[in-house]
Write a protein that binds this ligand. Sequence first.
Ligand code: NDP
Ligand code: 2IT
Length: 450
Amino acid sequence: MSYSDNVLGALKARYSYQPEFLQAAEEILKTLQPALDKNPAYEKYHILERMTEPERTVSFRVEWVDDKGQIQVNHGYRVQFNSAIGPYKGGIRFHPTVNEGILKFLGLEQILKNSLTGTPIGGAKGGADFDPKGKSEIEVMRFCQAFMTQLYRYIGATVDVPAGDIGVGGREIGFMYGAYKRLTTKYEGILTGKGLTFGGSLARTEATGYGVVYFTDAMLKEKGDSLKGKKCAVSGAGNVAIYCCEKLYQMGATPVTVSDSRGTIYDPNGIKVDVLKQVKEVERASLTRYAELVSTAQYTPVEKYPSGLHQVWTYKVDAAFPCATQNELNEEDAKTLLANGCNTVAEGANMPSTLGAINQFLKAGINYGPAKAANAGGVATSQLEMEQNAGMTSWTFETVDGKLHDIMTNLYNNAAATAREFGVAGNLVLGANIAGFRKVADAMIAQGVI
Ligand code: NDP
Ligand code: 2IT
């Protein structure tokens, strides 16, 4: 049995109760063997056993008082997965489904993603099983303060720098930043995604969505193709989806769908980004509100189809951008997209495609940009925010956006070149995994057993 299969087997035996973590580990480990064969030091130094185990996981009680005066208790975590190439870095997710296994899958992905950005940041992820839906702004503030009251001990500008993810945007980062300052009296860049008046970076809000499209542009360019004139299915309606739609228009493409946990919007005339921003960023409403505001929009509620998330993949499109959540695109969805002539998929969300769906895309040989490569623009721009904070300066939108564009193009070139090096040109799953892995593994070996 190969080294990678051995380690995967041991992980499956030990963590059978963490299916998402095992799924992420399988996707990664199944592609690494050629790199492990090429450099026996990785097995000699037990790199896989070490890289798949977090350096540290902190879990804590988060207690707060709701608007009715009732005491609420949530579970909070920070998985500090790997610090071989830099301080821990990765988002915080507030969603009722959050548990240690979900955060381990996200943290493992983050190690390789952050390495791929070419910047010096380690991998981490955190969050809580708090559901921001239906909470008042004051409740969200109390929760963020309670969460930071636990977390502040473990983070720092050169230690661990969290950011946003599902359910955590500018508002929540602001509340957590204020809480950190109150607890420590320090004004430091301990979070990214901050507001522009207190150390945030221009273009961080847009970065993940824009980055996905820059990556796709680079991927298509190599084939002599472009996004111009392409019809696109985008899922999700949050931070990543909104700015993915915005950049698609700027590239001459048309997003015709968005979705949220309640339903899907289809509009052959194209999604209206200004209305989407109003509904999601300002009103924090459901897409039913979008359908009220845009008469050409066709709305399908989740109750209308068996497994809520999947309606969005049933339309005839040239390209698909899953930007909602994990496992939102399964093997059946992949077959539907392919049958409808879709030949480009780029992942804004983390692990949106199941292993079966990924196999379909690879088998069909379409342009497929896996999450840890395609959505790395968010964390890369977070690192640019850290750089600006460290230098007590701020750059223009054009400067940050230009750097983001260069990072995404270099990242694509690196993943594509690595795929070619291992004789599987175009397989960006293998290319991204091996390129991200080697840098972290080499740093771990150089730093010894610690
Ligand atoms: P947001 O909270 O801003 O938006 C998430 C969107 O996805 C919402 O429309 C939400 O619907 C929908 N969604 C989330 N969970 C589910 C679910 N279980 N079922 C159905 N719909 C769901 O998050 P982001 O846009 O920031 O994140 C989206 C994805 O992108 C995540 O996978 C995240 O990890 C990834 N990502 C985010 C980055 C960032 O910088 N923010 C960077 C890289 C990756 P509803 O509003 O109804 O809940
Ligand atoms: O999944 C991700 O890369 C993020 N949620 C962004 C992390 C960050 O530190 O900006």
